[in-house]
Design a protein around this ligand. Structure first.
Ligand code: SF4
Ligand code: SF4
Length: 460
């Protein structure tokens, strides 16, 4: 699986190997004190090396490659005034900027749950500031025609994934089922454990479900065609760029997500437009693809997909109301948490994993036939998407930890503040099934919202 999204600038790399220590797949090689190299075949593009790297271009040193050339190679706008670090990702900033500058372009943007609890840090606000209203306002000010939300599609994912889990449990199908929202995790399974690909849910990630919905249902609502829509995702994750470019992600007939900006890249756009983030008013995301539940927003933290799925799957299976919806047992920072849920007719055994390394012993046990659970959520980054490789960068480990904790706390606060907290109670979700999709796992939703995976093993 070749790509060149994540790079190390050997003029700037000090060889400290902090990146190698955080890489979950041992993709970074090099001697201490010498420039490092990334094995693109192993790398899952999580961007954790980009987050941790502290080797930077000093103002007092001359480099063979001038700063402006380095910035062009990194796809950074010339106005950005920040250090250039050795480990970096290339970006979609220039192509999004060019489309926004075109007055005739019809643009739709989605914003992931982990962005609204982190973007404000780029403008000097306290770590973990929760700013959905200012974020929506900023996206309008930089020129997007429609300001939608990945959280809506997270609710859609739960409808499909919950139904898929119930189907596998009651009618037969591969168990345990793995979540498929984290593209680095999906890439890891495809490349390292191809024999386990069938355990992945066939659901597309919320980013890709949103992209498909924009160019089909959303285009229909706005009286435009799929080819007229330019669809942008703002994500905390570097690997989302890779996911958007997968050839199978074109259910609308076109690439469903045309470009992905990280949280840091969106901050470039806002800064370059001269917007004063602090004084922005509180605005709402557009209807209907911007309406979401608390379950949609907790997708941004480790355990969130599981908690959101259980809020819906419990009610699907038992036809009873789940009163205590805050599933504290799946929250937390340990690499592995388990919860057994009493569904009356069965005990649903679930596992939540954050950090790919913690998934490996479970996968090895599964290969030996000794795994005893039904459903597993895996997120590659240490605290889930809130600590993704595209988030605002912290230089000190103590700030990293604090930012992860505060972004997580703000995510749960956002859930608690919302009136609707279960995906199946979201009125916009009910409407989209009634008016457009039919039913979860139905013909149309299967065509638009599900996918298949790449395997290297001939038997799978
Ligand atoms: S953390 Fe940065 S400076 Fe240190 S070895 Fe990795 S790329 Fe080089
Ligand atoms: S992007 Fe992630 S997987 Fe790739 S080298 Fe960096 S830390 Fe390792």
């Amino acid at each position: 699986m070749k790509h060149s999204l994540i790079k190390i600038d050997d003029e700037l790399c000090t060889g400290c190997r902090r990146c190698a220590a955080v890489c979950p797949v041992d993709a970074i090689e090099g001697k201490q004190g010498q420039p490092q190299m990334i094995h693109s075949d192993k790398c899952v593009m999580c961007g954790q090396c980009v987050q941790i790297c502290s080797g930077y271009a000093s103002l007092f040193e001359e480099y063979e490659t001038p700063r402006d050339q380095k910035m062009r190679e990194r796809h950074m706008p010339p106005a950005v005034n920040e250090p250039l670090f050795a480990a970096y990702h290339t970006g979609d900033y220039p192509k999004v900027k060019a489309v926004l500058d075109n007055q005739n372009a019809y643009t739709m943007v989605q914003c992931a749950p982990a962005v609204r609890v982190a973007i404000a840090e780029e403008f000097g606000l306290p770590l973990g500031s929760l700013v959905p209203g200012k974020l929506a306002a900023a996206l309008r000010r930089v020129g997007f025609s429609r300001v939608y939300d990945t959280n809506f599609a997270a609710d859609l994912t739960i409808m499909e994934e919950g139904a898929e889990l119930v189907q596998r449990l009651t009618k037969g199908g591969t168990l345990p089922m793995f979540t498929s929202c984290c593209p680095a995790w999906v890439t890891f399974i495809e490349t390292r454990y191809p024999e386990l690909v069938k355990h992945l849910s066939s659901c597309k990630s919320p980013q890709q479900m949103a992209g498909t919905m924009f160019k089909t249902y959303g285009a229909q609502l706005d009286g435009v065609t799929a080819d007229q829509v330019y669809s942008v995702a703002v994500m905390p994750c570097t690997c989302k760029k890779f996911e958007a470019e997968r050839p199978e992600m074109n259910s609308s007939g076109y690439q469903d997500v045309d470009a992905v900006l990280t949280t840091r890249e969106l901050a470039y756009l806002i800064k370059e437009a001269g917007i004063d983030f602090h004084s922005l008013p509180e605005e709402s995301f557009d209807n209907p693809l911007g309406i979401y539940s608390g379950a949609g927003t907790i997708f941004g933290v480790t355990g969130g997909v599981m908690e959101a799925a259980i809020r819906t799957a419990y009610e699907m299976i038992t036809s009873k109301k789940l009163d205590n919806i805050e599933l504290i047992q799946v929250r937390g920072s340990q690499g592995r948490r388990q919860i057994v849920l009493d569904l009356g007719t069965m005990k649903l055994k679930t596992v939540v994993v954050s950090g790919l390394k913690h998934a490996v012993p479970i996968l090895e046990n599964l290969k030996k036939g000794i795994a005893d659970f039904h459903f597993m959520e895996v997120m590659t980054c240490p605290a889930g998407c809130v600590s993704g490789g595209g988030q605002p960068k912290m230089l000190l480990p103590v700030d990293c930890l604090a930012s992860h904790q505060r972004r997580t706390a703000s995510t749960y606060q956002h859930d608690a503040e919302l009136l609707v907290r279960k995906s199946h109670d979201n009125p916009a979700i009910k409407a989209i099934y009634q008016e457009f999709l039919g039913e979860p796992l139905g013909h149309k939703s299967h065509k638009l919202l599900h996918t298949h995976y790449h395997v290297s093993h001939p038997d799978h």
